[in-house]
Design a binder for this molecule. Structure first.
Ligand SMILES: *Cc1c(COP(=O)(O)O)cnc(C)c1O
Length: 398
């Protein structure tokens, strides 16, 4: 049976009424027959039938044993860090999501959890960066916003040899393209705010575990810390996931064409997209991501200035200027002044987030319309000869 069929039929029909849509159990508590005698639910923080339905669907989709749903992607990441003890260390991808960096640096450092960052795109760096205290390896692949690819299979073997867990933030690829648990990961986290929800109408997070014991620890943390996903938002994620394969396939096909087009445009310097043969880890991406390379494309301008980038991000009409990604409407953002603003300039530039870097979240509009929109925005930039003589020309800035 195909994955799409399996996914659609993993969404249960309600046993009580036959409702084909999962009911939203908007309740805080559940009536008990006698103390401790209940129908599997006692209090809505601990468990809720709508949330439980979502958790089962996602566990199956990711090939894990259990899943737990949280109020945001960061709440899901937070729950995974809570598996650790003071004195433990995390070995993390250097191009990590800014919110995860902030959580590690400003919250968990206070509790004695240290994070060592390394460029995980080269497996040798991962081996070198291990210490005796490394208990958790943290990968994102592809990364945000420069779409770096790390080899999950190889790194999972290294983590296992060193007695550490491997957690993969699978937000960018989504389970439609990449199944980290099949490649050896112990834990998968998601910002379901992005492709799983898929419609830019909620925030949610998920943690999926390879085995039952880890899953029980995460469930314990979910109940003990309480950052649960509401019944209504659980329902919205289920609703989004129904069309995951269809959407991600289309997002990827549109993004591939846009990345190829950008490579040919004279105003563009670099294009970051794992589906391009010129991507340094294209071969790894081709092996571990099946069915496409995702909907996010980043690029820099030959005129590498904030003014030129501002002209482009304000010059598109269909691509709306906003943070976030993964919805049906195309979005674009300027990481240097938006998502990565809090990172010191030298550190940001070293990570490849140049002044002119622009990130696209390619949506589900017709690709010809999207290409025309990008073209008219790029053509609004001053001609190349002009940039060379007068570097910062902000004529097109709105
Ligand atoms: C957005 C995002 C997060 C955080 O998720 P929220 O739902 O915004 O809390 C974590 N990881 C990645 C890769 C993301 O893109």
């Amino acid at each position: 049976m195909s994955n799409a069929t399996k996914l659609i039929h993993s969404i249960p029909v309600d046993k009580l009424t036959g409702s084909i849509s999962v009911p939203i159990y908007q309740t805080s508590t559940f009536v008990q027959d006698a103390p401790g005698v209940n129908k599997g639910f006692d209090y809505a923080r601990s468990n809720n039938p709508t949330r439980e339905a979502l958790e089962h669907i996602i566990a199956e989709l990711e090939g894990g044993k259990t899943a737990a749903a949280f109020a945001s992607g960061l709440a899901a990441i937070d729950a995974v860090v809570k598996l650790l003890q003071s004195g433990d260390e995390i070995l993390a991808v250097d191009d990590i999501y800014g919110g995860a960096f902030r959580l590690f640096t400003h919250i968990y450092a206070k509790f004695g959890i240290k994070v060592n960052y390394t460029d995980t795109t080269d497996v040798a760096n991962v081996i070198d960066a291990f210490t005796e205290k490394t208990k958790l390896v943290w990968l994102e692949t592809p990364t945000n916003p420069t779409l770096k690819i790390s080899d999950i299979l190889a790194i999972s073997a290294i983590a296992r040899q060193n007695g550490a867990l491997l957690c993969v933030d699978n937000t960018f690829a989504s389970p439609a393209l990449q199944l980290p648990i099949r490649l050896g990961a112990d834990i998968v986290v998601h910002s379901a705010t992005k492709y799983l929800g898929g419609h830019s109408d909620l925030t949610a997070g998920l943690v999926v575990c390879r085995n039952k014991e880890l899953g029980e620890q995460i469930k314990f943390i979910q109940n003990a810390s309480g950052a649960i996903l509401s019944p209504h938002d659980s329902w919205l994620v289920i609703r989004g996931v129904e069309t995951l394969y269809l959407r991600v396939k289309e997002h990827s096909a549109n993004a591939q064409l846009i990345a190829e087009y950008l490579q040919t445009h004279p105003a563009i310097d670099k294009v970051y997209y794992p589906g391009l043969k010129t991507h340094p880890n294209h071969e790894v991406a081709a092996l571990q991501q099946q069915g496409g390379y995702g909907g996010v494309v980043s690029f820099t301008l030959r005129q590498d200035t904030e003014a030129a980038a501002t002209a482009v991000v304000c010059g598109t009409k269909l691509f709306k200027l906003a943070e976030s990604l993964g919805g049906v409407k195309s979005l674009l953002c300027h990481p240097a002044t938006m998502t990565h603003k809090s990172i010191p300039v030298s550190k940001r530039q070293a990570a490849g987030v140049a002044d002119s870097l622009i990130r696209l979240s390619v949506g589900l509009e017709n690709v010809e319309d999207l290409l025309a929109d990008i073209e008219q925005a790029l053509n609004g930039l001053p001609a190349i000869e002009q940039w060379e003589s007068e570097p910062v020309v902000a004529a097109a800035v709105i």
